[in-house]
Write a protein that binds this ligand. Structure first.
Ligand code: NDP
Length: 324
């Protein structure tokens, strides 16, 4: 038997322990073309909050009784596919469980000598790719522009802030603690703590692009600070994910017209064909030290919910991970 975390109730507001159960489940057996993986790390990501409501958006909601789905990395413990051997490291989508079976075609083999496998869930995985796609494909940022990144010390935000710097931009970043601000400053980001300094004040000089991870007040401040023809890369709005009913939007949306702004949302999964290009560029930056990353690791599958809930309290610096 092995353990898995199952959704048993739809969270109202912030997710609570009682919405989940840890269950012992029988060890799965791989069929032909499948691989048995022992998870080493499972990812907790803000988008999971939307899936917990059960409503289908760009991705299906979780059913009650489902193991919480999501990205994971682990080691192959049995393989019935010639592409994988026991001991291989893979990235998978096995969710919050210790042991799972995956179709071989859904796995990506990792080279643990090239980068720690956990980076496949962060800087060299979906969050890093989100930053790269957002700045390049959606924002089209150019050298010399001023880019504001909210949630700048998080997984996506820290990658976005640094990639924008690598593209020759001036970068302003907001985060919610002194330690986060200090880290961002060490990366060349003009960082401020939004709990101490209102974003409106910090952005008073104006910005060309806003990479939005937070929504709410941050979006409103950014709309005020954007210069004519500025762009909003609408990546996420974590400040609103636990709302029980939608709040009214920014009060100054009129600026979109008067300043001729463009707001473009995106979902990273639509850009999957570009993943190899991202991985080649980002891996080289990580090797050279130009793209730095941090991880906040919570030990024990039984603490997956605490790690997940921690995303909404800023408990993480860089990527939040659960070590299984
Ligand atoms: P993070 O690692 O950034 O973790 C979340 C962070 O958000 C926290 O550490 C906290 O940092 C900040 N935060 C939480 N609540 C608030 C709040 N009320 N106000 C301000 N900041 C808050 O998560 P990710 O990097 O994984 O995701 C960042 C964003 O990107 C999310 O909105 C997510 O939904 C989005 N996303 C979008 C994708 C897409 O395809 N469009 C793909 C992946 C992610 P602090 O201490 O600074 O408050």
């Amino acid at each position: 038997m092995s353990r898995a975390v199952v959704l048993v109730a739809r969270p109202q507001g912030e997710p609570r322990e009682s919405d989940f159960e840890i269950r012992d489940v029988p060890d799965p057996e791989p069929a032909e073309g499948e691989v048995l993986v022992r998870n080493a790390f499972v990812s907790v990501d803000p988008y999971m909050r939307g899936r917990m409501t059960g409503v289908r958006t760009y991705i299906a909601g979780y059913e009650l009784g489902d193991v919480v789905g999501g990205a994971s990395v682990g080691e192959v413990v049995a393989s019935r596919d010639e592409r994988f051997d026991t001991g291989d490291w893979v990235s998978a989508a096995l969710g919050w469980r210790e042991l799972g079976v995956a179709k071989a075609g859904t796995l990506r083999k990792l080279d643990p000598d090239a980068a720690p496998p956990s980076t496949a869930l962060g800087v060299l995985g979906m969050p890093g790719f989100t930053a790269w796609v957002g700045l390049g494909e959606i924002g089209g940022v150019e050298a010399g522009e001023t880019v504001y990144v909210s949630g700048a010390a998080g997984a996506v935000g820290s990658a976005a802030a640094q990639i924008a710097r690598l593209r020759g931009c001036r970068v302003i970043g907001s985060a919610g603690s002194d330690a986060k601000v200090e880290w961002l400053r060490s990366l060349g980001v003009e960082a401020f703590d939004y709990r101490e300094v209102p974003a409106r004040e910090a952005l008073a000089d104006g910005i060309d692009v806003y990479f939005d991870n937070v929504g709410g007040d941050h979006l409103e401040a950014a709309l005020g600070a954007l210069r004519p023809f500025g762009r909003v890369i609408a990546c996420g709005a974590i400040s609103r994910y636990n709302d029980e009913r939608p709040e009214p939007g920014p009060r100054n949306l009129g600026y979109v017209v008067s300043k001729r702004l463009r707001i473009q949302g995106f979902i990273v999964f639509d850009h999957q064909p570009l993943f190899p290009d991202f991985l080649a560029e980002a891996s080289a930056w990580v090797r050279s030290g130009e793209l730095q990353y941090r991880e906040t690791i919570v030990d024990g599958l039984e603490h997956a919910l605490a790690a997940f809930a921690g995303l909404f309290h800023g408990d993480n610096v860089g990527k939040m991970l659960v070590r299984v």
